[in-house]
Design a protein around this ligand. Structure first.
Ligand code: SAM
Length: 223
Protein backbone atom coordinates (compact mmCIF):
# COMPACT_ATOMS: atom_id res chain seq x y z
CA UNK A 1 0.00 0.00 0.00
CA UNK A 2 1.21 3.51 -0.80
CA UNK A 3 2.21 5.70 2.15
CA UNK A 4 1.83 8.80 0.00
CA UNK A 5 -0.89 10.85 1.70
CA UNK A 6 -2.35 13.75 -0.26
CA UNK A 7 -3.06 17.06 1.44
CA UNK A 8 -5.01 19.78 -0.31
CA UNK A 9 -3.32 23.16 -0.28
CA UNK A 10 -5.84 26.03 -0.57
CA UNK A 11 -8.40 23.23 -0.99
CA UNK A 12 -7.29 22.75 -4.62
CA UNK A 13 -3.59 21.93 -5.04
CA UNK A 14 -2.54 18.37 -4.14
CA UNK A 15 0.58 18.06 -2.01
CA UNK A 16 2.39 14.81 -1.25
CA UNK A 17 3.15 14.10 2.41
CA UNK A 18 5.81 11.60 1.39
CA UNK A 19 7.84 14.00 -0.77
CA UNK A 20 6.71 17.24 0.90
CA UNK A 21 6.10 18.78 -2.51
CA UNK A 22 3.22 19.89 -4.74
CA UNK A 23 2.01 18.12 -7.89
CA UNK A 24 1.73 21.33 -9.91
CA UNK A 25 2.08 25.08 -9.60
CA UNK A 26 0.07 26.93 -6.98
CA UNK A 27 -0.11 29.87 -9.42
CA UNK A 28 -1.78 28.32 -12.47
CA UNK A 29 -1.18 24.58 -12.84
CA UNK A 30 -2.85 24.14 -16.20
CA UNK A 31 -0.91 26.97 -17.87
CA UNK A 32 2.35 25.83 -16.28
CA UNK A 33 1.81 22.34 -17.66
CA UNK A 34 1.27 23.71 -21.19
CA UNK A 35 4.26 26.07 -20.97
CA UNK A 36 6.69 23.48 -19.60
CA UNK A 37 5.69 20.33 -21.43
CA UNK A 38 3.69 21.09 -24.57
CA UNK A 39 5.75 24.14 -25.51
CA UNK A 40 8.86 22.30 -24.30
CA UNK A 41 8.51 19.56 -26.92
CA UNK A 42 7.25 22.04 -29.54
CA UNK A 43 3.74 20.57 -29.72
CA UNK A 44 1.70 20.44 -31.87
CA UNK A 45 4.26 21.13 -34.67
CA UNK A 46 6.44 18.21 -33.52
CA UNK A 47 3.81 15.58 -34.44
CA UNK A 48 2.69 17.03 -37.77
CA UNK A 49 3.03 14.36 -40.46
CA UNK A 50 3.70 11.47 -38.02
CA UNK A 51 1.36 8.45 -38.28
CA UNK A 52 2.13 7.70 -34.67
CA UNK A 53 3.67 9.80 -31.90
CA UNK A 54 4.80 8.26 -28.61
CA UNK A 55 5.21 10.21 -25.37
CA UNK A 56 6.58 8.86 -22.10
CA UNK A 57 5.89 10.78 -18.91
CA UNK A 58 8.03 10.15 -15.83
CA UNK A 59 5.66 10.85 -12.91
CA UNK A 60 2.02 10.68 -14.02
CA UNK A 61 0.56 12.16 -10.81
CA UNK A 62 -2.84 13.75 -11.42
CA UNK A 63 -2.79 13.25 -15.19
CA UNK A 64 -2.81 17.00 -15.82
CA UNK A 65 -0.02 16.82 -18.43
CA UNK A 66 -1.75 13.87 -20.08
CA UNK A 67 -5.11 15.62 -20.30
CA UNK A 68 -3.56 18.82 -21.69
CA UNK A 69 -1.76 16.69 -24.28
CA UNK A 70 -4.93 14.80 -25.24
CA UNK A 71 -6.80 18.08 -25.70
CA UNK A 72 -4.08 19.49 -27.94
CA UNK A 73 -3.82 16.19 -29.83
CA UNK A 74 -7.55 16.00 -30.53
CA UNK A 75 -7.55 19.60 -31.74
CA UNK A 76 -4.35 19.34 -33.78
CA UNK A 77 -4.09 15.91 -35.38
CA UNK A 78 -5.90 14.02 -38.13
CA UNK A 79 -8.15 11.03 -37.46
CA UNK A 80 -5.48 8.70 -38.88
CA UNK A 81 -2.77 9.78 -36.46
CA UNK A 82 -2.21 7.84 -33.22
CA UNK A 83 -0.97 9.21 -29.89
CA UNK A 84 0.62 6.54 -27.68
CA UNK A 85 1.08 7.79 -24.12
CA UNK A 86 3.13 5.86 -21.56
CA UNK A 87 3.10 7.12 -17.98
CA UNK A 88 5.27 5.87 -15.15
CA UNK A 89 4.03 6.20 -11.57
CA UNK A 90 5.19 4.77 -8.26
CA UNK A 91 2.20 5.94 -6.19
CA UNK A 92 -0.88 6.05 -8.45
CA UNK A 93 -3.56 8.45 -7.25
CA UNK A 94 -7.15 7.31 -6.86
CA UNK A 95 -9.90 8.26 -9.28
CA UNK A 96 -11.39 10.56 -6.63
CA UNK A 97 -8.06 12.36 -6.12
CA UNK A 98 -7.54 12.86 -9.86
CA UNK A 99 -11.09 14.10 -10.26
CA UNK A 100 -10.57 16.66 -7.52
CA UNK A 101 -7.10 17.78 -8.65
CA UNK A 102 -7.91 18.41 -12.32
CA UNK A 103 -10.54 21.07 -11.74
CA UNK A 104 -10.36 23.11 -14.96
CA UNK A 105 -13.48 23.40 -17.14
CA UNK A 106 -11.51 23.14 -20.38
CA UNK A 107 -10.32 19.63 -19.42
CA UNK A 108 -13.60 18.38 -17.94
CA UNK A 109 -14.75 16.37 -20.99
CA UNK A 110 -11.42 14.61 -21.49
CA UNK A 111 -11.11 13.97 -17.75
CA UNK A 112 -14.52 12.24 -17.69
CA UNK A 113 -13.58 10.10 -20.69
CA UNK A 114 -10.27 9.16 -19.04
CA UNK A 115 -11.75 8.38 -15.61
CA UNK A 116 -14.25 6.00 -17.20
CA UNK A 117 -11.26 3.67 -17.72
CA UNK A 118 -8.69 4.64 -15.05
CA UNK A 119 -7.10 2.84 -13.14
CA UNK A 120 -7.06 0.11 -15.81
CA UNK A 121 -3.39 -0.11 -16.79
CA UNK A 122 -4.05 0.29 -20.51
CA UNK A 123 -6.88 1.40 -22.75
CA UNK A 124 -7.65 3.44 -25.83
CA UNK A 125 -9.83 6.53 -26.25
CA UNK A 126 -11.52 8.24 -29.19
CA UNK A 127 -11.66 5.28 -31.59
CA UNK A 128 -7.99 4.50 -31.03
CA UNK A 129 -6.71 8.03 -31.66
CA UNK A 130 -5.21 7.94 -28.13
CA UNK A 131 -3.68 4.88 -26.39
CA UNK A 132 -2.78 5.07 -22.73
CA UNK A 133 -0.57 2.79 -20.68
CA UNK A 134 0.24 3.24 -16.98
CA UNK A 135 3.53 1.66 -15.92
CA UNK A 136 3.15 1.24 -12.16
CA UNK A 137 6.35 1.09 -10.14
CA UNK A 138 9.70 2.82 -10.04
CA UNK A 139 10.38 4.63 -13.31
CA UNK A 140 13.99 3.43 -13.62
CA UNK A 141 12.79 -0.18 -13.40
CA UNK A 142 9.94 0.46 -15.86
CA UNK A 143 12.34 2.01 -18.38
CA UNK A 144 14.88 -0.80 -18.00
CA UNK A 145 12.16 -3.35 -18.78
CA UNK A 146 10.86 -1.43 -21.81
CA UNK A 147 11.77 -1.62 -25.47
CA UNK A 148 9.23 0.92 -26.76
CA UNK A 149 10.74 3.76 -28.75
CA UNK A 150 9.80 7.24 -27.56
CA UNK A 151 9.39 10.51 -29.49
CA UNK A 152 9.04 12.85 -26.52
CA UNK A 153 9.73 12.70 -22.79
CA UNK A 154 8.03 14.62 -20.01
CA UNK A 155 10.23 14.61 -16.90
CA UNK A 156 7.91 15.54 -14.06
CA UNK A 157 9.22 14.03 -10.85
CA UNK A 158 9.02 16.10 -7.71
CA UNK A 159 11.86 18.60 -7.21
CA UNK A 160 15.22 16.83 -7.70
CA UNK A 161 16.32 17.50 -4.10
CA UNK A 162 13.15 15.83 -2.79
CA UNK A 163 12.82 13.00 -5.32
CA UNK A 164 16.40 12.10 -6.44
CA UNK A 165 15.33 8.65 -7.73
CA UNK A 166 13.65 10.31 -10.69
CA UNK A 167 16.70 12.27 -11.80
CA UNK A 168 19.48 9.68 -11.94
CA UNK A 169 22.12 8.93 -14.55
CA UNK A 170 20.49 5.52 -14.92
CA UNK A 171 17.27 7.20 -16.04
CA UNK A 172 19.05 9.55 -18.46
CA UNK A 173 20.84 6.52 -19.97
CA UNK A 174 17.61 4.55 -20.35
CA UNK A 175 15.90 7.56 -21.95
CA UNK A 176 18.67 7.80 -24.53
CA UNK A 177 18.45 4.05 -25.22
CA UNK A 178 14.71 4.26 -25.84
CA UNK A 179 14.70 7.52 -27.84
CA UNK A 180 13.76 7.66 -31.48
CA UNK A 181 15.83 9.90 -33.72
CA UNK A 182 15.03 13.53 -32.90
CA UNK A 183 13.31 12.63 -29.62
CA UNK A 184 12.46 15.65 -27.42
CA UNK A 185 12.62 16.13 -23.67
CA UNK A 186 10.96 18.77 -21.50
CA UNK A 187 11.13 19.44 -17.77
CA UNK A 188 10.35 22.20 -15.29
CA UNK A 189 13.73 22.01 -13.57
CA UNK A 190 16.90 23.82 -14.55
CA UNK A 191 19.13 21.92 -12.10
CA UNK A 192 22.69 21.82 -13.41
CA UNK A 193 23.19 18.11 -12.75
CA UNK A 194 20.03 17.29 -14.76
CA UNK A 195 21.21 19.41 -17.69
CA UNK A 196 24.69 17.85 -17.55
CA UNK A 197 23.32 14.32 -17.14
CA UNK A 198 20.98 14.62 -20.12
CA UNK A 199 23.76 16.25 -22.18
CA UNK A 200 26.09 13.36 -21.32
CA UNK A 201 23.34 10.99 -22.52
CA UNK A 202 23.37 12.80 -25.90
CA UNK A 203 20.46 15.22 -25.49
CA UNK A 204 21.24 18.70 -26.80
CA UNK A 205 19.85 20.79 -23.93
CA UNK A 206 18.57 24.38 -23.94
CA UNK A 207 17.57 26.60 -21.04
CA UNK A 208 14.22 28.31 -21.56
CA UNK A 209 12.56 31.03 -19.56
CA UNK A 210 10.76 29.43 -16.61
CA UNK A 211 7.04 29.67 -15.98
CA UNK A 212 5.84 32.44 -13.67
CA UNK A 213 8.22 32.77 -10.68
CA UNK A 214 10.66 30.11 -11.91
CA UNK A 215 13.66 31.64 -13.65
CA UNK A 216 14.59 28.82 -16.04
CA UNK A 217 13.58 25.38 -17.25
CA UNK A 218 15.05 22.85 -19.68
CA UNK A 219 14.16 21.31 -22.98
CA UNK A 220 16.23 19.25 -25.37
CA UNK A 221 16.53 17.08 -28.47
CA UNK A 222 18.53 13.87 -28.77
CA UNK A 223 21.44 14.21 -31.16
C1 SAM B 1 5.33 16.42 -9.57
S1 SAM B 1 4.42 14.94 -9.43
C2 SAM B 1 3.80 14.68 -11.06
C3 SAM B 1 2.78 15.65 -11.53
C4 SAM B 1 2.06 15.13 -12.73
N1 SAM B 1 2.86 15.02 -13.90
C5 SAM B 1 0.76 15.81 -12.98
O1 SAM B 1 0.48 16.17 -14.16
O2 SAM B 1 0.01 15.91 -12.03
C6 SAM B 1 5.68 13.68 -9.38
C7 SAM B 1 5.16 12.27 -9.51
O3 SAM B 1 6.25 11.36 -9.56
C8 SAM B 1 5.88 10.18 -8.84
N2 SAM B 1 7.10 9.46 -8.47
C9 SAM B 1 7.97 9.72 -7.46
N3 SAM B 1 9.01 8.86 -7.46
C10 SAM B 1 8.80 8.02 -8.51
C11 SAM B 1 9.54 6.94 -9.06
N4 SAM B 1 10.70 6.53 -8.52
N5 SAM B 1 9.04 6.33 -10.16
C12 SAM B 1 7.86 6.73 -10.73
N6 SAM B 1 7.12 7.76 -10.25
C13 SAM B 1 7.58 8.41 -9.16
C14 SAM B 1 5.12 10.73 -7.67
O4 SAM B 1 4.31 9.75 -7.05
C15 SAM B 1 4.30 11.85 -8.33
O5 SAM B 1 3.07 11.38 -8.80
Amino acid sequence: MSNNIIHWQDDAIPRSSLYDDIYFSTENGIEESKAVFLDGIDAPDVWQGCDQFTICELGFGTGLNFLNTVKMWMENSTINQRLIYFATELHPLSKVEIDRAVHWDELEGHKIDFLEHYPKPSFTLYDGRVSFQLLCGDCAESLKASSTKIDAWYMDGFAPAKNPDMWSDEIFTQMARLSNEGSRVATFTSAGFVRRGLSAANFHMTKRKGYCKKREMLSGVIS
